[in-house]
Design a protein around this ligand. Structure first.
Ligand code: ADQ
Length: 480
């Protein structure tokens, strides 16, 4: 490896590097930092500590040397085409993703996918063990890398290892389906600190470790036979709220928001949904509810427009292809059934936008509709709130999004209850501006006080606080 071994005091390990590659027509290659809160939050720590980020660079069957980008050392991990299919599309996104999201889609269990997941996790751990300085802090991200904590601890017992799960952690009734349940639990207990979005997820994890692995636990603590104590706790992730607000206040964004409303025919009410095209996001339910409100005559097609931005993702996984066709058809049907010439009730876009355009969309929307069937957090809800600096606008939020635990003043919905959702959508559309202001103000305060920096600092402070070995007398662990 090009990067000097054993130099990094702080290491982030994530499935993807925080950069995207652009190749100009003349062949010059440039890397651009991918938009995302995680890099922004970790950048200062990275710079201060000479940190490194280990992750896949996005192209299969290609090996790249480590390189520096905007002051951060990037260490690309190669994946073969077959590993991309089995470890990433397969085990990560067709086994773990649906299993951890309430089995909304049936998870597939394939032994070859698991083998590939183990191999790739071993590779990530090996890279980290090579570049981390003695006693360094390593932060492993998300469900693709749940075995890395214990694999890395096996190689480098001197490190402080943290893990954060961005998606929900399921209750035992669902987790038990996984043929490799014990290996995953043991993989995670290699970390000193295991972070989740919600306290309930941390409780699910601790309970499973007690029952399945047989370790002694007390509340959020797990006592291991080797004297280590693993802490499991909730750290709800957030956004760079200040940056979003500043962007939203720029004249360019303001002008663009007005332009968007005009292009939509200056309707009285603009409703907005912004999601990755994913079956967990409740797109079908929300569009049905909106279509029925027009059909029932509760809203006039001349008064309201629903803008749904859905970025295609994981397009080679069959569940995602089916979903895309399903939503395409539904939008066509609703527009065909209740639209008029020059009046399409749903404007549907498969696009990925720069931040400025996202901020302009948030500024243009009177009602933001976030209705996942299950979501670890949902940053879109927080981004909308951060951009509403006039304390106007209404947020409709599913009770199954992690964000619902914090954004308590949102118009709350159960996305499985279409009639309930219709009633709440109507309530949000017709709400008194003073009522919306009261709600938005409280939510904005929360998001500003609990931003991404607050999240990263809280996690890293706990991870780097020293913990003496516990003196619990433990029997050899059992479990299955
Ligand atoms: P996601 O499932 O991807 O994240 P979310 O939290 O909503 O969901 O984050 C999506 C991000 O992508 C937002 O920052 C949003 O602005 C951006 N985005 C969405 N559509 C876009 C578009 N068309 N163009 C440009 N940007 C777009 C996972 C979990 C979540 C958890 C996050 C972070 O599923 O529950 O909140 O990780 O932990």
């Amino acid at each position: 490896m090009g990067m000097p071994s054993g130099q990094a005091e702080f290491v982030v390990i994530a499935n993807r590097l925080p950069v995207d590659r652009f190749i100009a027509p003349d062949g010059t290659v440039t890397w651009r930092t991918s938009p995302g809160g995680l890099v922004t939050a970790l950048e200062p720590v990275m710079r201060r500590k000479g940190g490194a980020w280990i992750g896949w660079h996005g192209a299969p069957d290609e090996t790249l040397e480590p390189f520096e980008h905007e002051g951060i050392n990037l260490v690309p991990v190669p994946l073969s085409e077959q590993e991309f299919e089995e470890y990433y599309e397969g085990f990560s996104n067709a086994t773990l993703w649906p299993l951890y999201h309430d089995v909304i889609a049936p998870p597939e269990f394939h032994r070859e996918w698991w083998d590939s997941y183990v191999d790739v996790n071993q590779r990530f751990a090996a890279y980290a063990s090579k570049i981390a300085k003695k006693g360094a802090t390593v932060w492993v991200q998300d469900y693709q890398l749940q075995l890395v904590p214990s694999l890395l601890r096996g190689l480098r017992p001197d490190l402080s290892i943290g893990f954060f799960l961005h998606i929900p952690f399921p209750p035992r009734e669902l987790f038990q389906q996984l043929p490799w349940r014990r290996q995953i639990l043991e993989g995670l207990t290699g970390a000193d600190l295991v972070g989740f979005q919600l306290p309930g997820a941390a409780q699910n994890f601790v309970r499973l470790v007690r029952e399945r692995v047989g370790h002694k636990t007390h509340r959020g603590l797990i006592y291991l036979p080797d004297g280590r104590t693993v802490v499991a706790r909730a750290y709800p992730i957030s956004i760079d709220a200040k940056a979003f607000e500043e962007l939203a206040r720029t004249p360019g964004v303001d002008a663009r928001a007005k332009e968007i409303r005009e292009s939509l025919g200056s309707p009285k009410h603009v409703l907005l949904g912004v999601d990755r095209l994913d079956y967990t996001k409740g797109l079908r339910q929300r569009l049905r509810a909106f279509g029925e409100l027009i059909r029932d005559g509760k809203i006039d097609v001349d008064d309201a427009v629903f803008v749904q931005v859905a970025t295609p993702s994981r397009e080679r996984v069959s569940q995602y292809r089916l979903l895309r066709d399903d939503i395409d058809r539904l939008v066509g049907r609703i527009n065909g059934d209740v639209g008029r010439i020059g009046q399409q009730p749903i404007t549907y876009l498969h696009a990925s936008y720069p931040r400025e355009e996202m901020a302009a969309l948030y500024r243009a929307a009177d009602v933001m509709v976030v209705t996942p069937l299950r979501d670890g957090m949902n940053l879109v809800a927080k981004e909308y709130v951060a951009c509403r600096y006039d304390d106007d606008g209404a947020l409709v939020l599913s009770e199954f999004a992690g964000a619902a635990a914090e954004l308590r003043q949102a118009y709350r919905v159960n996305p499985y209850d279409i009639n309930g959702m219709k009633a709440v959508l109507l309530e949000a559309i017709e709400a008194d501006p003073r009522e919306n202001a009261r709600r938005m103000k409280a939510m904005r305060k929360h998001v500003v006080d609990h931003d991404i920096d607050h999240w990263a600092t809280a996690f890293l402070d706990e991870l780097t606080s020293t913990r003496e070995p516990h003196d619990k007398k433990l029997r050899p662990s059992g479990g299955s």
